[in-house]
Design a protein around this ligand. Structure first.
Ligand SMILES: Nc1ncnc2c1ncn2[C@@H]1O[C@H](COP(=O)(O)OP(=O)(O)OP(=O)(O)O)[C@@H](O)[C@H]1O
Length: 248
């Protein structure tokens, strides 16, 4: 497999008030180039922690992460920041746009920061794809939630990252805007062979993916190719029943 992201025996524990919480309990996974993976599981199962450690936003307690041939634990903070900026795109539930900048400035910001100005033809193509050509001089507050998330996707795509990590990208959106955002992520994979890893609670959102990973208690308990929304809902429901049985 041409793996763009590889994680090996990843663990992450947190110590709060003398109590140890295990967020990831030894996760192995590989994500091939040009694939779209949804990460699901109950609240607290470790989804965001997996995304954050795989993306180099957080350091694991043990285990290793590779983006391409680069092993993240070998990088100091500066190199890690550069890797995130140049090779990874992020899309979050809360959009994380800069209110004082225009749509165009937001989209171009990561390129500006890295000094690698993106190819203007590529940027126009991305802007057109996300349907923002008429909105480039607007500020985020003048846009709807769905439009703001499309700006965030354009910003993530502008530097042509190898990987896009999305944490609940449709969590704050209505069904129509969510569908638009998911179609954009899908086409980044199908048309441009980018690699998307997306955390979601929504079986319909997960059905846009090629593969669904389900976490429970910091471990992968299902790894299923294209299960479809009904099968996903079933897997989550049976997991819920199991957890209720365990917790009594
Ligand atoms: N900074 C932190 N300090 C202490 N514990 C944390 C921290 N971040 C996460 N945890 C704990 O680690 C576990 C996994 O959290 P994580 O946010 O990865 O779960 P999640 O599956 O993304 O949950 P949700 O669906 O509710 O967002 C939880 O028990 C959580 O309380």
């Amino acid at each position: 497999m041409d793996a763009v992201i590889r994680i090996e025996q990843l663990t992450r524990t947190y110590a709060t008030d003398g109590q140890k919480v295990t967020a990831l309990a030894g996760v192995d996974a590989a994500f091939a180039r040009g694939t779209f993976t949804a990460v699901m599981g109950p609240s607290g199962s470790g989804k965001s922690t997996l995304l954050q450690t795989a993306a180099g936003l957080d350091r694991p307690s043990s285990g290793r992460v590779w983006i391409g041939d680069t092993e993240l634990s070998k990088l100091n903070e500066t190199k890690l920041t550069e890797l995130r900026r140049d090779r990874i795109g992020f899309v979050f539930q809360a959009f994380n746009l800069i209110g004082a900048l225009t749509v165009e400035e937001n989209i171009l910001l990561p390129g500006r920061l890295s000094g690698l100005l993106p190819d203007p033809r590529w940027v126009s193509e991305v802007v057109e794809r996300v349907g923002l050509t008429q909105r480039l001089q607007h500020r985020p507050a003048q846009l709807s939630g769905g439009q703001q998330q499309r700006v965030a996707i354009a910003r993530a795509l502008a530097v042509r990252p190898e990987v896009i990590f999305a944490d609940e990208p449709t969590g704050a959106l209505d069904t129509t805007s969510a569908g638009e955002v998911l179609s954009l992520l899908r086409s980044a994979v199908t048309d441009y062979r980018q690699t998307v890893v997306m955390v979601t609670h929504d079986p319909v959102a997960a059905s846009y993916a090629d593969r669904v990973l389900v976490l429970a208690d910091g471990r992968i308990v299902h790894d299923t190719p294209q299960p479809g929304a009904d099968r996903i809902a079933e897997m989550l429901a049976s997991l819920g029943r199991r957890l209720v049985a365990v917790e009594g």
